[in-house]
Design a protein around this ligand. Sequence first.
Ligand SMILES: *Cc1c(COP(=O)(O)O)cnc(C)c1O
Length: 427
Amino acid sequence: MLEIFEKHESEVRGYCRSFPTVFTRSEGSELFDRQGRRYIDFFAGAGALNYGHNHPKLKRALIEYIQRDGITHSLDMATVAKEQLLKKFNEIILEPRGLNYKIQFPGPTGTNAVESALKLARKVTGRHNVICFNNGFHGMTLGSLAVTGNMFKRQGAGVPLSHTTAMPFDGQFGDKVDTLDYLENHLLNSSSGVDLPAAIILETVQAEGGINVASKEWLQRLAHIAKKHEILLVVDDIQVGCGRTGRFFSFEEAGIKPDIVCLSKSISGYGMPMALVLFKPELDVWAPGEHNGTFRGFNFGFITAAQALEFWRDDTITKGVEERSKMVRERMEKIASEHPELKGEVRGRGLIMGLCSTTDKELAGKVSAQAFERGLIVETAGSDDEVLKVLCPLNISTSLLKQGLDILEESYRAALSKVAKRELAHA
Ligand SMILES: *Cc1c(COP(=O)(O)O)cnc(C)c1O
């Protein structure tokens, strides 16, 4: 079925191995393949499709723009599409939140936003080191890889990844240890062996790294430490921004104001490649063209992004995420309690939720495979892919969400009965 891909496409391909079919069409929270099979989407383009596939309002705006011969490609020349986006982003997102940021358009991928943020922080401070966190994920280019934890991905670099110091994330040593005591000690102790960093970069919920949630208090203290030591705080909101945790930015609940924020994935709202870097105006020390990129002016992305911002004029999305998050959490807790042998841990915030079996690291992958056979697309996360990760579109209908959760529950039963059968056979 995937012969053409196996023959011609590089071995580097990944997701088509977990979800081995050829997709033809998608709508809302559903995908369809060449055999006409339907799949419920609990993956949402790894967080690039927060408003689902082919949202009709975004599609209409895009088609109209294309039909009137709107500019497609413009590098960073001024266009009406970009003007409208800048205006709306300020009016709908930044101003109501009391945030004042300059906006940079880097190349259209998340990793390009991270590279820009790192470059800018180093340029502003004149320091080379950057503090990052164990299990963090920030992208595949060299600068981003240097602040990424995963050894397999890091090894792909083929060169030393340096000028960074990795620290433990919130909760890594259990409830009783505040990992920020450890971090701050490195800044306070003049013999710590860690150079004063330009920046501290983090995800408020480590997504690829296994759905590790930083608490509000931890984020507040981290922001305080950064400020005290004049270190720039960079929040990579590429996966958990744009409403994934309920509010537009994942750090809003903590009430912190990062110095630099990276956005990508769902910022265009339509799966169009697009990224933004936001930073406090006093940090805008770039020289014209010092960071650039051929596709940083992809106007189709600006059109759908501006349209998607309209969803944020009220709290419909935030309320919807709360309701759905509760449904997912309750179901995961039910699964965990039905299978106590898994010592299941439910993690997450908003609509990034994970179920991790602390006794069977391979289970999540088996459940994902069982789910696919039953018409549900759901991925894994964590350093050993040990966490089953639910990342559905934020506006999935509650009935479809329930169907998906039913399939998930069934997939756990099926995966576990297979495990049990195999163990019996070995006995
Ligand atoms: C996906 C992701 C990136 C990288 O984005 P790309 O578009 O794949 O380069 C960076 N940071 C986080 C948190 C991500 O989830």
